[in-house]
Design a binder for this molecule. Sequence first.
Ligand SMILES: Nc1ncnc2c1ncn2[C@@H]1O[C@H](COP(=O)(O)OP(=O)(O)O)[C@@H](O)[C@H]1O
Ligand SMILES: O=C(OP(=O)(O)O)[C@H](O)COP(=O)(O)O
Length: 398
Amino acid sequence: MHTLDDLLATGVAGRTVLVRADLNVPLDGDVITDDGRIRACLPTVRALIAGGAKVVVTAHLGRPKGAPEPKYSLAPAAARMAELLETDIPLAKDFVGPSAAETVAALGNGQVAILENVRFDARETSKDAAERGALADDLVAVVGSDAAFVSDGFGVVHRKQASVYEIAQRLPHYAGYLVSTETAVLKKLTVDPDRPYAVILGGSKVSDKLGVITALLPQVDKLLIGGGMAFTFLAAQGFGVGSSLLQEDQIQTCKDLLAHAGDKIVLPTDVVVADAFSADAAVKTVGVDGIEDGWMGLDIGPSSAANFAEVVSGAATVFWNGPMGVFELAPFAAGTKAVAEAIAASPSFSVVGGGDSAAAVRTLCVDEAGFTHISTGGGASLEYLEGKELPGIAVLED
Ligand SMILES: Nc1ncnc2c1ncn2[C@@H]1O[C@H](COP(=O)(O)OP(=O)(O)O)[C@@H](O)[C@H]1O
Ligand SMILES: O=C(OP(=O)(O)O)[C@H](O)COP(=O)(O)O
């Protein structure tokens, strides 16, 4: 696999370099609540600026439905990157149309531009390879066929999408510094990790991440499940889950996993429930057998948090993805904070991955130095650990 250093060695002054970054940052309105993913791509962008390249950044934000939606604009991310780099960064209003072409044509050596959210084009995430290829062709037309492609959006390398995969088939391609660093650290978790090895899963991308569990179970000693992930398991155990996040079509899978896992899978025993998804909602802590209709579980309860913290404290290797609750709202942040603090306090080899999980560590003021590595990728890290081929990495090997 060729790396950014290989590209820099060829001399990039005056060459257009397309960088796929993951700028999918958490927002409160148009205010970025954690800019970790923007900071994470700066070493690559800075190196290209220093080399005199014309840097064109492409990225996604959220999951728009294949058409422009103002709330998913990359404008806040572009403004923040400009602030951090202390330079002007124009944001092209479209991805492959005239505004993109004009913005790229106006770039001088060592300047940076960002293209608007690539997921505003439905072809980016299409299941049809020909559609994705057509989008990648349009993108090549914007940056020029003599441009180079640098893959630096580690958080999205598990997606076979046009700006991650098909584009690399059309331009000389290189792994950026973030992709190189992330894969080097995660590799250590796949090669004979120190035991006991605990994985903690939570968050809200339940259907994406349930699939990973089957592959991870044989590798780990304990699998702790909190966040929105927990309720499909609790339903599989026969508990009512009210209006909590539930993946009904996966209940049988969870039953099978519980039947085969022995005592490896650890579930919450109590949960914080609310009568609405709001910081002002009525809130109470109940046992997992006490979730009434009309109530939703938005955090693990204090007994569960203490139990999870104890398991974490005894582990030599820890990987965590997915908050234990809706940590963005104060009444539901305690479980995530307790687990994060337990990991940070333990001397284990510890990795936390995912845009929101990493944001939780920082916004809840947990000691970042207590983690061996804070990864920008949640789903990407999990699929890497699972041993799955990641399309955005595999395509760089060709
Ligand atoms: N019980 C829950 N119900 C609904 N959402 C939840 C629950 N627990 C956690 N979440 C939400 O999960 C989101 C993060 O999930 P995910 O994207 O899977 O994590 P990451 O970005 O770290 O990979 C957070 O915004 C959080 O509010
Ligand atoms: O936030 C992301 O992944 P993560 O929540 O698994 O860390 C990435 O930007 C990928 O986004 P996607 O899961 O909408 O493809």
